[in-house]
Design a protein around this ligand. Sequence first.
Ligand code: PEP
Length: 250
Amino acid sequence: MRTPFIAGNWKMNKTVSEAVALVDELKAALSGVSGVDIAVCPAYVALTSVKPGLAGSQIKLGAQNAYYEPKGAFTGEVAISMLTGIVDYIIIGHSERRQIFGETDALVNKKVLAVIAAGLQPIMCIGETLAENEAGQTEAVLERQTRDGLVNVSTADIAKVTVAYEPIWAIGTGRAATAEDAQNRCAFVRAQLRLKYGDLADQVRIQYGGSVTAANAQELLGKPDIDGALVGGASLKVGDFSAIVKAAAR
Ligand code: PEP
């Protein structure tokens, strides 16, 4: 069975000292919780400061992005090798990266492959825009993003990948997908994985993301193909994030 996985994407929020304080509070609120994998993804500058506070805790660290080249003249970028030993997970292809910073499926694929090669675990985000949703293109978008993002990811490595299905219209809007729709989309993604990877598709965790809250987590996370959540806004609030984690614990 797949262990549920809740990851908090803090985005461009929290100073270093605020991040350290939030992690301390989360650690206390989540102590003793089991049956769920947990990660928080602060900004790069806070990673090494929050890391010592997480020693001995079940909360792992993730980064929100990384560049695939090992080093060199890439001003402003952070190499995956620089994150090795600090984080376990790296979010790749978040819709804000795709929409604001122009990341393509081909770039997402290079990053996914580089994260795996470094021995870390990618959380690969996919999801349709509102216009694509309303035009009935959701499945075509998910099929393309899943296929093109996972080019050359081997059967030996596919279980290291978490796919986060995040409909863009649901991110930060307070308008989550219904649990039924989210389940259907996640099941569709798993069916795409099954075409390429066979029964290994059952080992891949598929998260739902988009306005997950303490109030809707139970219903979303109760669905068979939703293996956890990628949480934005609610991950900045100790009570809300803890409640979501506890709703996922099996
Ligand atoms: C996200 O940024 O990945 C996200 C799901 O945000 P929110 O939970 O705020 O919708």
